[in-house]
Design a protein around this ligand. Structure first.
Ligand code: NDP
Length: 306
């Protein structure tokens, strides 16, 4: 039986470690402060932001959500970020992606002060990550490493294959695994013989946004499989195909009108892997937990606790 890597359990551990740190900061003068910028009305973004704010509040982190209209220009958004840069009680600034199509997202991310960049997306922090210097690490990849370490899954000397080369997940996940002394291969849509490359992995990270694409023939028996993908399936036949007629999943679809699936085939991975993250309840919960850690780290540096 493959071991299920429970992201909710690790998230709760991380949150309980955050609480005394927040209390110490409050005792020193003030709570950590997180500002979230949500431009437009993307429904998924609204849910993500709500969850981030809720978790901040649970931990005693001051949080503020700025909701400029969809029509905001790049220059106005840059000015808004610069204002947050100047506010001393704000330790972390998160600009929720995607931004409205007409906005130059790169320019907006560049405007975030690197010391308040709790997403780790600023080129300065990308450079820090690439060169192994201290700094905020992108939350989802940092969560993957936390999960592996807390489950004591060896990384050093292991072969890690990351499928996906985005700036948000794939590339930083590969760099973090490299810093942990894995031998890392990065794959993408032009990789030849993807199943063959994936089968070499002791640790396989799937971050493509392709529902259930990683089937048994991609997975070496006993491998650890980390599924980053979040895909919402809103077609009943597709649910029946992916979950091979599972009555439970079809009932869930009939209740909710959709079902979530990762990039890894949920039935194949359970039968083939040694350990794996489920979707939902695997990597997802860790992303917000690591955002809290990055915000507290930033506050500690700025208030002078560490
Ligand atoms: P992107 O779309 O930015 O990147 C996808 C990557 O996957 C690209 O590098 C692309 O290759 C590669 N890819 C796409 N199709 C294939 C294929 N058929 N074979 C091989 N490689 C392929 O996605 P993100 O990195 O932002 O997100 C990936 C997934 O992770 C999504 O499902 C997203 O929802 C989820 N996600 C989950 C988070 C969480 O908290 N759990 C957080 C962030 C993302 P190429 O570069 O050649 O186009």
């Amino acid at each position: 039986m493959a071991l299920i890597l429970d992201g909710n359990r690790i998230r709760d551990q991380i949150k309980s470690e955050c609480r005394p740190r927040v209390e110490q900061l409050i005792a020193k003068g003030r709570a950590p402060g997180l500002a979230v910028v949500l431009a437009g009305h993307d429904p998924a973004s609204q849910i993500y932001v709500r969850n981030k704010v809720k978790t901040s509040q649970e931990l005693g982190i001051y949080s503020e959500t700025l909701t400029p209209p969809e029509s905001i220009s790049t220059a106005e958004l840059v000015a808004l970020v610069e204002e947050l840069n100047r506010r001393p009680e704000i330790d972390g600034i998160l600009v929720q992606m995607p931004l409205p199509a007409h906005v130059d997202a790169k320019r907006v991310l560049l405007a975030v002060a690197p010391e308040k960049d709790v997403d780790g997306f600023h080129p300065c922090n990308v450079g820090n990550l690439a060169t192994g210097r201290p700094g905020p690490k992108p939350c989802t990849p940092a969560g993957i490493i936390e999960l592996l370490k807390r489950y004591q899954i060896p990384i050093r000397g292991k072969r890690a294959v990351v499928v996906g080369r985005s700036d948000i997940v794939g590339k930083p996940a590969a760099l973090l695994l490299l810093h942990e002394d894995a031998t890392v291969t990065i794959c993408h849509s032009k990789t030849a013989d993807l199943p063959g490359v994936c089968r070499q992995a002791d640790i396989l990270v799937a971050a493509m946004g392709r529902a259930a694409m990683i089937t048994a023939d991609f997975i070496a028996p006993g491998a650890t499989v980390i599924d980053v993908g979040i895909n919402r399936i809103d077609n009943r036949d597709e649910v029946a195909r992916i979950f091979r007629g599972s009555a439970e999943k079809l009932a869930a679809f009939d209740r909710n009108g959709s079902v979530l699936v990762g990039d890894v085939h949920p039935i194949d991975v359970a039968a083939t892997a040694g350990a794996y993250t489920p979707v939902p309840g695997g990597v997802g919960p860790l992303t917000i937990a690591m955002l809290m850690v990055n915000t507290i780290d930033s506050a500690e540096r700025r208030i002078g606790v560490c």
